[in-house]
Design a protein around this ligand. Structure first.
Ligand code: FAD
Length: 541
């Protein structure tokens, strides 16, 4: 029987384990921490008994297919883990000087609702020339062939592509900040390819009547997803070793002959799946391994940024909106979810301490910009200062017109334990991969040039190319498929889905494929250069 060792028990590693174990392959998973789930797991908050903390809340937009299908195969007492996904209804867009706005996240059901959905994306506040420009940019992405997206659009930043410096504040706000709030994409750093494609996927998701635009979990992640997952893997005879960090891979110049645990014990297997985070993976790529699989050298050129959460436990449940909150003027790029209203799968009443009635889970995505209380970036603060600063930024938004969040309701806070204090601020033990211009070429495929080594993590090249649970899951499937091809070629492979795009643009993309092969520019580029020319003459248009 083929034996597979999976190193790392996050979403990528557990997905690979499930796909293989369901096909009767013997799998062992080695996880460094005492809990499985990686960045997606939640933690019991030690000083407050059964309260839960987390790296940050989880969001599942409509275009996620891989991770949701995996959840549909994990049984629970009542059904499957996918039943624990609940649909959001609206996003609260809060600012410090204007009344908050509410944007629907549900599907439009009438022509009026369709208009309401489309207006904020294309019409409201935008000067007419920006509306036309915006449409043109989206059409460019939709009609560009894959090769052009990969070799041209991946090498230009989204900021440049949308000509953000020369456009209205409203367009910058719409196209630049909106995505940073919910997905780990930085408009100035991310490529036009990834940011454009993901932005459109989020937009299509809002218009697709067959699937909810976005969902979140109905309880703490480890409780409603990771624990049933681990139990399911256990039932498939997967051997799960928590608190077992692996030090290195042993390589004989041709294949991986074993792996060495930090405690000195050796792991024997026929196949090895490396499913550790992007900042850990390079330590496994020795010069000998890099010589045999040069595609792995690119991993250390991939960039990470900080995106970490803090939870505020409140004496009153302040539900805000049934969805996300986005804090547009917060220097630390805050987003939140008021969780209690969604937690039907979690017995909050009997498990939470008597003085806690609500949980506001917040993610900070900008750790470089000075805050409003101490005037320094989050990186330079202590843990307590971070919590205070985040709380004050929330208050500045939520209390813009009336007092919604007040100090007297705050019982306790919990900051991601990956944020560790040092002499000059904090360090982050769990940075997150971010997409940067030109990074696609550094992302390895799940199948490597070493005959028994595969990679399963969110930094692997996947269809969505986004640091997410969806990408990690797709990577796990791809790693499992590579192993199946070698050892059970007749077994049905795990399904991999392309990102769905409107069929109406396919003829244009086919045409662009031809143009690209002939070395000709995309028609959109012509208008773009005409505009630059006009701009150089000092005329805005
Ligand atoms: C605050 C925050 C919010 C997020 N929100 C979302 C969201 O809403 N939706 C979404 O899709 N994605 C979200 N993400 C991204 C998503 O969580 C990650 O992209 C995904 O979970 C990565 O999974 P992974 O398996 O690739 O890696 P990881 O989760 O990093 O798992 C790798 C595992 O390897 C283990 N490991 C490390 N070193 C070793 C070693 N030497 N030996 C053995 N094991 C080792 C680690 O302990 C870890 O468990 C968020 C991320 C953050 C930080």
């Amino acid at each position: 029987m083929t034996r597979v060792a999976v190193i790392g028990g996050g979403i990528g590693g557990l997905t690979a384990a499930q796909e293989l174990a369901e096909r009767n392959i013997a799998v062992e998973v080695y996880e460094a921490s005492d809990r499985f789930g990686g960045k997606a797991r939640s933690y019991p908050v030690a000083q407050h008994g059964p309260l839960h903390g987390e790296h940050g809340f989880r969001f599942f937009p409509a275009f996620y297919r891989h991770v949701v299908e995996t959840m549909e195969r994990i049984p629970t007492a009542e059904g499957t883990v996918a039943d624990n996904l609940v649909v959001t209804e609206e996003t609260l867009v809060a600012s410090t000087d204007q009344p908050a706005q509410r944007a629907r996240t549900g599907q439009p059901e009438s022509v009026r609702e369709w208009m309401q959905t489309l207006r904020p994306a294309f019409i409201d506040d935008l000067p007419p020339e920006d509306r036309a420009f915006l449409l043109e940019r989206f059409l460019y992405i939709l009609t560009a062939c894959d090769q052009r997206r990969e070799h041209e659009l991946d090498n230009v930043s989204w900021w440049e592509f949308i000509d953000a410096d020369n456009r209205s504040e409203a367009l910058r706000e719409r196209l630049a900040s909106a995505t940073q709030a919910l997905v780990a994409l930085r408009p100035r750093l991310a490529s036009a390819r990834t940011m454009g494609v993901i932005y459109l996927q989020l937009l299509f998701g809002q218009m697709d009547p067959t699937r909810p635009a976005e969902r979140i979990l109905n309880g703490p992640t480890s409780e409603v997803w990771i624990r049933p997952w681990v139990e399911y893997l256990d039932s498939l005879d997967v051997e799960l070793h928590a608190s077992t960090p692996v030090e290195r891979l042993l390589f004989d110049g041709r294949r991986i002959t074993g792996a060495e645990r930090t405690d000195g014990n050796r792991i024997e297997a026929d196949e090895f799946v490396l499913a550790v985070p992007v900042h850990v993976a390079p330590s496994f790529v020795t010069p000998e391994i890099a010589r045999a699989a040069s595609e792995l050298e690119g991993i250390e050129r991939l960039d990470t940024a900080w995106m970490n959460g803090v939870q505020f436990y409140l004496s009153t449940d302040i539900s805000l909106t049934r969805g996300h909150q986005v804090y547009t003027d917060s220097p630390w790029a805050l987003t939140s979810i008021s969780q209690r209203q969604f937690w039907s799968g979690h017995d909050f009443e009997t498990t939470a301490p008597d003085d806690v009635e609500g949980v506001l889970s917040v993610i900070a995505s900008d750790w470089e910009t000075p805050g409003i209380v101490y005037g320094i970036p989050a990186r330079a603060c202590t843990r307590a200062e971070i919590a205070t600063e985040v709380w004050e930024q929330l208050k500045a938004h939520l209390n813009a017109t009336e007092d919604v969040l007040t100090d007297d309701v705050l019982v306790e806070w919990f900051l991601d334990p990956a944020i560790v204090e040092t002499n000059d601020g904090v360090e982050n033990r769990s940075p997150l991969l971010i997409n940067t211009v030109g990074s696609l070429k550094h992302r390895p495929s799940a199948e490597t040039s070493i005959e028994n080594l595969t990679i399963a993590g969110d930094f692997v090249r996947t269809n969505s190319d986004l640091a997410s649970m969806e990408s990690a899951n797709e990577a796990g499937r791809r790693a499992a498929n590579a192993i199946l091809r070698r050892h059970q070629p007749t077994t049905q492979a795990a399904t991999i889905w392309e990102l769905a795009e409107p069929a109406v643009f396919e003829p244009f993309r086919r045409h662009d494929r031809l143009q690209y092969r002939l070395g000709l520019p995309h028609p959109g580029e012509v208008t773009q250069s005409a505009r630059s020319f006009v701009n150089r003459l000092g005329v805005r248009g």
